[in-house]
Structures are given as C-alpha cells and as structure tokens.
Design a protein around this ligand. Structure first.
Ligand SMILES: Cc1ncc(C[n+]2csc(CCOP(=O)(O)OP(=O)(O)O)c2C)c(N)n1
Length: 353
C-alpha cells in the first residue's frame, strides 16, 4: 500500500526542488508569503505555550512542527470557502484570517474566541474527535445545492480516522460528490497512542479507496507539496470532481497539549533529531538561500513586526473580562433541556448569583 500511495514531495529535506513540474510556479512572492505565514505561526505557537506556563491562559494545544501542513493547506483556500479546524489548527485558522486576539481568547476560556472576523467562514475548534468531518461535508453540500463553487476544508489527526464520523463523512461526501477536502495531519500519535497500535493500514491515504475517492499521501513538512496538491484538490472540488482525502505526514515536536508529558510515551530525542533533519521552516530557508531570495535583514524585520503584532494581541486579550464559568451552560441548545437548566441553577446557587 505504501507503494500505491507514495509520499509526494516537491521540496526535499535539503531545500532542493525534486519535482521539476512545479519549478516555474515557485515565484518569489509566493515563497516569501509561505515563509512569513509559517514563521508567524511558529512564533504564535511558542507564545501560546509560554502564556499557559505563566498562568495567563487556561490551556493550549501546540502545533510546532506542523506549520507546513497547516499553512500550505490554508493558503490553498479562497475567500468564501469553509474551514473546520480541530483544537490544534490555529496555524491554519490564523492564516485563513482568524484574529490573533480571538484565538488567544478561546484558550482563555472566553466564548468570543470562537467567533471569526466578519465574512470568514471558520468554525470553532472541534474537540470531539472527528465530529467536524460531518459539519464540513454538510456545509459543502449546502454550497453545492446553492449552486456556488465554494468548498470546505476539514482538519483532523491520525487518531480521528478510527472514529465512525470519519467514515460517515467520507462515505456521504463520496455518494453525493461533495466539494470537501479531508485534510489529515498524520503526526504519528493520538495523545500517547502510536499509529501502529491503532490501525493496521500502512497509510491513511489508502482509506480513500474504500469510498472510491482520490487519496493523496504527501510530505507534510514540505510546504510546496502541501500547497500545490491541496490547491489541485480544491480546484477539482470546485469543478464538480468531488472530495479528496489528503494525508500530510508530519510530526508534533512538543506535547499533545500543555496538560500532557510526552516523555512518558516517546523518546524525546526523536523530536530533537527531526528538528535538525526534517523541519519545515529550516528547509524553506535553505531553499531561499540557494535561490538567493533569502535576506537576513528582511527576516529580522519580520521577527520584529510579528513580535509587536503578537504582543498587541496578548495585550488586547488581557484587557478583556475573565471568563465566566456559567457560560458553559449556554449556546449548545437553542433551548436548554431540563438537566442542563438544573445544573445551571445549582451552579448559580453555589456561586450566590
Ligand atoms: C470523541 C472523542 N473521544 C476522545 C477524545 C479525547 N481525545 C482528545 S485528543 C485525542 C487524540 C486525537 O488524536 P489525533 O486525531 O491523532 O489528533 P492530534 O491530537 O494528534 O492532532 C483524544 C482521544 C475526544 N476529544 N473526543
């Protein structure tokens, strides 16, 4: 199966373009934009972990190492398309136009953190694993029925492919030829469970065959491969060609969440080695140096600008009211069923509200 679904690559680990069909599509402004968005995402991610460690936000889910997968795929989407992220996909949502402040507010426990800027069709992060595949399929189906050419992209991990919702989403999208891109980030682990322990399939892309849709496996740390192959899948969807399952093979360097200790279930050297060998940003920098489009003063300026942007967002987030715990009883149902009303009243009583 690994032979039938080879890991597509355009930019190898040494920063060399190995798929020459794409060479003339790599213009300088695209390459610099991809670098800028990935670098911004990494800086934001590190800030998120630090804020949690300082007790300034409640929890945080890091994605460092997965920047190429998230930025390459979100850059392939257009205004008016739909995005359905998980708790780990702020690199994608920020690139697609979410505000830094609201992403931070989400992790502070404020419900406003779920609200995207006007006109941006970004759903709140899905925490129940794989539920968002059905939402993405439904939204794209609605667009199809309305006769638009808008598409959905939905993010999920390797663990999500063991859930029923994954299979229902793919089956439904296949049967009704729905314009949705199922974007899997295979980072090798579902919390502490390695992929070999939860599936016999050698790849995730091969699962597309069960639904007779296209399955693509690619190097998820190669931002060019992610961008161009996702773009092709989205264009196919717009043109009525139906869904695609993309497996982006990647790695998270850090913990599953700030509440997790990965040293309990995997060798910490692996992340150190991967940082030195397969890092998505380092390989893009190597490429830019070899192409003479790397400019260290440009990069320094970028770092300064992004630092200011992030600090301003943190300041705005911290100027908001603290979260209100009672909010958890609202906004799930239009009208609360009685057990939730009971709990809400009991909570208010305990708080003396
Ligand atoms: C339906 C459901 N079952 C269990 C959980 C607990 N849980 C949270 S994250 C996670 C692992 C998910 O792994 P994966 O899909 O590979 O995504 P990753 O976190 O690696 O990005 C689990 C089991 C959950 N959130 N929802």
């Amino acid at each position: 199966m690994e032979k039938q679904f080879p890991k597509k690559q355009i930019l190898n680990e040494d920063g060399v373009v190995v798929d020459h069909a794409f060479k003339n599509r790599l213009d300088e402004s695209l390459v610099k934009t991809l670098y800028t968005k990935m670098f911004r995402a990494r800086m934001f991610d590190r800030k998120g972990v630090n804020l949690q460690r300082q007790g300034r936000i409640g929890t945080y889910v890091p994605f460092e190492g997965q920047e190429a997968a998230q930025i390459g795929s979100s850059m392939a989407m257009e205004e008016g398309d739909w995005m359905f992220p998980t708790y780990r996909d702020h690199g994608a949502t920020l690139t697609f136009g979410h505000s830094l402040k609201n992403v931070l507010l989400y992790w502070k426990g404020r419900q406003e953190g779920c609200i995207p800027p006007d006109g941006k069709k970004i759903f709140p992060p899905a925490v129940p694993i794989a539920s968002q595949l059905l939402h993405a399929t439904g939204a794209a189906w609605a667009e199809k029925m309305k006769g638009t050419d808008r598409a959905s992209i939905v993010y999920f991990g390797d663990g999500a492919t063991s859930e029923g919702d994954f299979h229902e989403g793919l089956n439904f999208a296949s049967v009704f030829n729905i314009p949705v891109v199922f974007f899997n980030q295979n980072n090798g682990f579902a919390i502490s469970v390695p992929i070999e322990k939860q599936m016999k399939s050698k790849t995730i892309a091969q699962k597309a065959a069960g639904y007779d849709i296209e399955g693509i496996r690619l190097d998820g740390n190669d931002v060019f491969a992610v961008y161009f192959h996702t773009k092709a899948a989205v264009e196919k969807a717009r043109a009525g060609g139906g869904p695609t399952l993309i497996e982006a093979v990647t790695w998270r360097y850090g913990a599953h969440t700030t509440a997790d200790d990965p040293s309990k279930y995997r060798d910490q050297n692996e992340s150190i080695i991967r940082r030195e060998t397969t890092d998505p940003l380092a390989r893009l920098e190597k490429y830019m140096q070899q192409e003479n489009i790397w400019d260290s003063s440009w990069q320094k300026q970028l770092e300064q600008d992004i630092t200011l942007e992030i600090e301003a967002a943190v300041h705005e987030m911290e100027n908001e009211q603290p979260p209100h715990v009672g909010d958890m009883f609202d906004h799930v149902f239009a009208e609360n069923p009685w057990p939730i009303e009971d709990q809400k009243e009991a909570y208010a009583l305990v708080r003396g509200e």
